[in-house]
Design a protein around this ligand. Structure first.
Ligand SMILES: Nc1ncnc2c1ncn2[C@@H]1O[C@H](COP(=O)(O)OP(=O)(O)OP(=O)(O)O)[C@@H](O)[C@H]1O
Ligand SMILES: [Mg+2]
Length: 520
């Protein structure tokens, strides 16, 4: 197996001089060297061929013994030095101090086709940052991360990627619901890939410790390798850097809103400095459209990370990043301007996104009202978000009276619609029809465009759970089926039509389908 290794993070930036693998506070270093734990009996469950090719591996290399040993953590690739990154973070709105890669270990960076990729194992053992944890990950959460990160990529959402999913052969003790009923589960390891895994929290760590020297080194490194277009280090460059991160973060969140993805744990240690979706933990997909929904039972009380609040949390997290970068600029105003603009941009971009979802390409002053009225309608009775927008594309200008029957498939109780609900929908469809008359697209063209932004297939929570249940019994066929399905989320795939369906009733209150904790 031949990789074009091109390590920078652990070569350019200061490493922890202590190389023992004991939990500790780490100062004046961006990372600590640590080797992955050797798994007892590693076994490949799935490999993303596309991702393997992207980092320069062909079919025979994927099938090699070395692939299994390197991406399960049994063997360190020649001339590389694995490490865990140091970062801090705000969790659920509170400062949490040093966190760091407690169960992620970076293997190396490769440079392939002029693109830099960092490869990291999640679930491959303890690091100096493991705190109370065991450094491991269970099969269920690893399947969820593996499938969802690739699904998001194919949906066009900026994200970290997955290369492989493996069983470790070791059992892992978990209290899934935090209710005192701990049990052993199969351990697993996901190899994941991104240009870099640097998070907001990496900057916060140095800022909180007033370690300006290393804050600057980390920022300069990030700009040099990942934002080179911003120029040489200077106050202006740092401000442009923050502005670009803010824009990317907002764009990522608008994509989440477009596809109905709820991240579930938007702590600042889970915010990528590249604006990529990172950490597929207690995430979930909207089924019934609901701004207040969160899949994360750990967040059940405050619902801080609910669907409708994600854009605000993005802003809150950016404020924490601004506080960290402030020390390099020493002027608050430029940061304030950027944060204020985020709010304005959010409103505009979110309206544009909604326009595209309902097939509008021109701008009209009343569009905002049309959208809020639509959202009100969607909240009247449980209405499946994915199915609604997909079916709406069948709206016919010449036959505009039957709007509600076109989208009826999206209602969870289609036979129990109250008259007042029907009336409200009818009046929205009238307004929608009037508005469509101002556009100049044919029904066909509109449908085609809408189907490129409204996915037909998403990784519904119960789908992942079905794949997990089978995998627990050693059958990985559903992991592969969903993996293949989600490569083309916008296409009609008749052989997979069964996955274009509302959540079944049995999944409504089932653990893993509607309720997910951070235990993973
Ligand atoms: N089992 C574990 N052992 C050690 N550390 C853990 C474990 N689970 C989580 N952590 C650490 O706790 C912190 C918060 O966890 P969180 O659930 O956000 O991340 P994660 O799912 O482990 O990983 P990532 O953000 O890398 O995808 C992180 O620093 C993480 O490394
Ligand atoms: Mg995390």
């Amino acid at each position: 197996m031949k990789l074009q290794i091109s390590d920078t993070f652990n070569k350019v930036l200061p490493s922890d001089s202590n190389t023992t693998n004991a939990r500790r506070q780490v100062f004046e270093a961006t990372h600590s060297y640590v080797n992955p734990k050797t798994p007892t009996k590693p076994k490949i469950i799935h490999v993303s061929k596309e991702m393997a090719n992207t980092i320069g591996l062909d079919e025979s290399e994927i099938n090699s013994k070395e692939f299994l040993s390197v991406f399960s953590g049994s063997k360190v690739y020649p001339k590389t030095k694995p490490y865990a990154m140091a970062y801090a973070g705000h969790q659920f709105g509170n400062w949490a101090g040093q966190l760091g890669d407690g169960r992620a270990i970076n293997l190396f960076e490769v440079l392939e086709n002029n693109k830099r990729w960092a490869v990291q194992l999640k679930g491959s053992g303890e690091t100096p940052y493991s705190r109370q944890g065991d450094g491991l990950a269970v099969l269920r959460s690893s399947i969820r991360e593996y499938l969802c990160s690739e699904a998001m990529f194919h949906l066009g959402v900026p994200t970290t990627r997955a290369l492989s999913l493996m069983l470790s052969g070791d059992d892992v003790l978990r209290d899934m619901l935090y209710d005192g009923n701990a049990d052993y589960e199969k351990g697993a390891i996901v190899a994941r890939v991104a240009p870099t895994f640097i998070r907001f929290g990496n900057f916060e760590l140095f800022a909180a410790r007033k370690d300006l020297d290393n804050l600057k080194k980390l920022t300069d490194y990030t700009i040099k390798y990942f934002y080179p277009e911003l120029g040489k280090p200077s106050k202006e460059t740092y401000i442009k850097f923050f502005e670009t991160v803010a824009n990317r973060t907002l764009d990522m969140i608008i994509h989440w809103q477009r596809v109905g993805f709820v991240h579930g744990v938007m702590n600042t240690d889970n915010m990528s400095i590249l604006g990529l979706t990172i950490d597929y933990g207690p995430y979930g997909w909207l089924e019934g459209f609901d701004f207040g929904w969160t899949p994360n039972t750990t967040d059940r009380q405050n619902k801080r990370y609910r669907f409708g609040n994600q854009p605000n949390i993005g802003l809150w997290n950016l404020l924490q990043l601004a506080n960290a970068l402030y020390a390099l600029v020493e002027e608050a105003e430029p940061f304030e301007t950027i944060l204020n603009r985020y709010q304005k941009d959010f409103e505009e971009k979110s309206l544009d996104m909604m326009r595209s979802k309902i097939g509008l390409h021109l701008k009209d002053n009343n569009d905002l009202k049309l959208m809020t009225d639509l959202e009100d309608c969607l909240l009247l009775t449980e209405t499946d978000m994915t199915i609604f927008f997909r079916e709406l594309a069948n709206f016919n200008i010449k036959n505009s009276e039957n709007g509600i029957s076109i989208i009826a498939k999206a209602f969870y109780q289609p036979n129990e619609l109250k008259d007042i609900v029907i009336e409200q929908w009818n009046s929205w469809f009238k307004a929608y029809h009037r508005r469509l008359m101002k556009e100049n697209l044919s029904d066909m063209d509109r449908k085609q465009k809408m189907n490129l932004v409204n996915p037909k297939y998403v990784l519904r929570n119960y789908m992942a759970q079905l794949a997990i249940d089978k995998a627990d019994e050693g059958d990985y066929s559903l992991v592969d089926e969903l993996f293949q399905l989600l490569k083309k989320p916008y296409s009609e795939q008749p052989k997979f039509e069964k996955w274009y369906a509302k959540r079944p009733e049995w999944a409504r209150h089932k653990v893993g389908c509607s309720m997910l904790s951070c235990s993973s």
